[in-house]
Design a protein around this ligand. Structure first.
Ligand code: NAP
Length: 282
């Protein structure tokens, strides 16, 4: 009999999140506060331009202002930090998103660290990461938060499950591992130096793919009945999992596109509204 896993519909989860946000934005507007997300794009990488435009459009559709800052590829670390500090000091801006990656000559970590914790709606600062590790973050990193939001929406249990995370980047693999740990999963974190990756993945009740390589996770690595959360987004709308093959074994799976991606954007909007509400009650 053909396996028919639950398809985890990220568009639906995102739409539910945005529905709740609409009311909250309206309440803020009535108080004279317009939530505002500042996006910073350095250089002219077409994929980054698309991501920033998508985030700006998503803001607009919800009545959130988006302040778009576009800087030349030749911008120095110091100039970028000055721009971030101006946004930190601008009371009309509630959230700041520095689009990753920035050109190589820029010290990206130093730039991320310049974002004030109150406006770190993308969860990129070291302080935000540490708060997240302690389960105390105001704004956890958006993609990891989106992965958990989808699992919560579909009531997929994490407690006691073996979660295998492939990838350990500071914005995705590492924070999602800690968040799963905080939800009482037993977590294995894999990376480019991991040996016997297929065997480790095959132990996962939950597999999180955060590798950045199209169709990387193979179907025959998957334990029958596993939950597959594919955060990958590669050229041509392709995830990090071989979808058709993983589908054959999974009990639940996120499609690409239409899985983690739209929920990540909805999470960013939610964090911006959260940040604006904090200012509004001050
Ligand atoms: P990244 O910074 O490039 O990190 C990739 C991770 O994968 C690294 O930890 C790397 O290990 C690991 N890796 C690379 N090759 C591997 C291999 N052969 N075996 C095992 N692990 C390997 O990427 P990222 O920013 O975390 O993004 C990962 C994916 O998520 C990308 O497809 C990206 O487009 C997508 N993404 C999606 C969203 C969304 O909203 N849906 C948001 C952010 C990112 P090392 O640490 O050893 O190098």
């Amino acid at each position: 009999m053909k396996n028919e896993p639950l398809i985890l519909d990220g568009n639906q989860v995102a739409s539910n999140i945005k529905e709740v946000l609409k009311d909250r934005v309206n309440q803020l507007l009535e108080k004279g506060v317009t939530p505002c997300l500042a996006t910073i794009l350095v250089g002219d990488d077409p994929a980054s331009e698309t991501y920033v435009r998508m985030k700006g459009n998503a803001c607009k559709r919800l009545g959130i202002d988006s302040k778009r800052v576009v800087l030349e590829a030749s911008t120095s670390t110091e100039e970028l930090i000055n721009v971030i500090q101006d946004l930190n000091n601008d009371p009309s801006v509630h959230g700041i998103l520095l689009q990753h990656p920035v050109p190589h000559h820029i010290d990206e970590r130093a730039a991320f660290e310049a974002i004030s914790i109150e406006k770190d709606v993308d969860g990129v600062t070291m302080l935000g990461f540490a708060q997240n590790a302690f389960d105390q973050a105001a704004f956890p990193s958006c993609t990891p938060a989106a992965i958990l939001a989808i699992m919560d929406e579909y009531k997929l249990p994490m407690e006691g499950k073996h979660a295998v995370v492939v990838g350990r980047s500071p914005i995705l693999g590492k924070p999602v591992s800690l968040m799963l740990l905080n939800r009482n999963a037993t977590v294995t974190i894999c990376h480019s130096r991991t040996q016997n990756l297929d065997q480790l993945v095959s132990q996962g009740d939950i597999v999180v793919a955060a590798v950045g390589k199209p169709n990387f996770i193979q179907g025959d690595w998957i334990k029958p009945g596993a939950v597959i959360m594919d955060a990958g987004y590669n050229e041509g709308n392709i995830g990090d999992c071989d979808y058709e093959a993983c589908y054959e074994r999974a009990s639940a799976i996120t499609p690409v596109p239409g899985g983690v991606g739209p929920v990540t954007i909805a999470t960013l909007l939610k964090h911006t509204v959260d940040a604006a509400e904090k200012i509004a009650v001050k």
